[in-house]
Ligand binder design. Structure first.
Ligand code: NAP
Length: 308
């Protein structure tokens, strides 16, 4: 007997789960949304996904995962989800923005996460014109020009060090005088002669008419304001899990990630599982997301075997 599986999200977690459930003969729909593929499609070459010794474009990797799932019978729905309601004793309801309602025995939540933003108008006005959230994707556009990175975590350190391959100099702007990043990354950053630190400083504005020309920073103690001339600005403030749709319906942790049980993918509601970056504030790798998508699918398959 076939069962309906809904998978919300079309990144590595979602499509890996779909490969497993559709290969197991379950009728599987991936709700990909209007921009399928997840964050990997923002990335350039992915060099650390096992099996690709020369690297693979993030978009190509996601298209391959989708084709693999479709070869086993997965259907992909591009309409956006307006609402979802979970049931403890029956089918879970998904309402699409077109108004269509669909019911599923199992839901796997794999909505991923999105980069946090500065939240100022200039950031959106100059996005793609010097403002970016992805050093790997866009770093090479900034050859021999100054670049500013905001943030004090591992991502900021990694991105700043990576960007020194291209930029003439890289400025890190961080709001505190201590870093959240791990010690070895901080040491590497401090030893990099192309990196200049601006501690206890916050970004107030990004200037430029058609492209980024500078970043205005303010010292949090002295209130002194200065402009760092630059052509690139990268915000590395971490990520927000895309869990708004299930807020109040499932327990979330302090990061906003969906809480799962005992290193598995089960949530508090029978038949509802979660995987990938929307459950993971720490690793956020394509390969860890794919692995947790596999676990969610296996948990879902086992659940369906036991309820019938
Ligand atoms: P994160 O650890 O949450 O760091 C975000 C940084 O941005 C913090 O320094 C934070 O400042 C700053 N920030 C956030 N919002 C801000 C705001 N509104 N204004 C000013 N500053 C703001 O995020 P992440 O660096 O992306 O790392 C996330 C997780 O992935 C971590 O567990 C990390 O270890 C892991 N990761 C690991 C690696 C690696 O091991 N190679 C690489 C990347 C990420 P405060 O410090 O003051 O809060």
């Amino acid at each position: 007997m076939k069962h309906d599986v809904a998978i919300l999200g079309s990144g590595p977690a979602g499509f890996t789960a779909a490969i497993y459930t559709s290969r197991a003969g379950l009728k599987t729909t991936v709700f990909a949304g209007r921009v399928p593929g997840g964050l990997l499609t923002w990335t350039g070459v992915v060099e650390n996904f096992p099996g690709f010794p020369d690297g693979i474009e993030g978009t190509d990797l996601m298209m391959s995962m989708q084709s693999q799932a479709e070869n086993f019978g997965t259907e992909v729905e591009y309409d956006e989800i307006k609402d979802i309601s979970f049931s403890t004793d029956g089918k879970h309801k998904i309402v699409l923005s077109s108004g269509v309602e669909q019911y599923f025995d199992v839901v796997i939540l794999a909505m991923g996460s999105e980069p946090k933003k500065l939240g100022i108008p200039a950031e959106e006005r100059l996005r793609g014109r010097g403002v970016s959230n992805c050093a790997t994707c866009d770093g090479s556009f900034f050859k021999d020009v100054p670049i500013v990175v905001a943030g004090g975590g591992d991502s900021a350190m990694e991105e700043a060090n990576y960007l020194t391959r291209f930029g003439s100099e890289v400025h890190i702007v961080h709001r505190r005088n201590e870093f959240r990043a791990s010690e070895h990354l901080v040491t590497r950053t401090k030893n990099n002669p192309k990196i200049k630190l601006h501690l206890e400083c916050v970004v107030r504005d990004i200037i430029g008419a058609d492209h980024v020309e500078g970043v205005v920073i303010e010292h949090t103690q002295t209130k002194v304001v200065e402009t760092i001339p630059c052509r690139g600005f990268f915000c590395a403030f971490g990520h927000t899990p895309k869990t708004d749709m299930v807020k109040g319906k499932l327990p979330l942790d302090e990061f906003g990630c969906i809480v799962t049980r005992c290193h598995g993918s089960e949530t508090d509601i029978p038949g509802v599982f979660a995987a990938g970056d929307c459950t993971d504030p720490t690793y956020r790798q394509a390969v860890t997301a794919a692995g947790s998508g596999c676990k969610a699918a296996m948990d879902a398959i086992r659940y369906l075997e036991n309820v019938n």
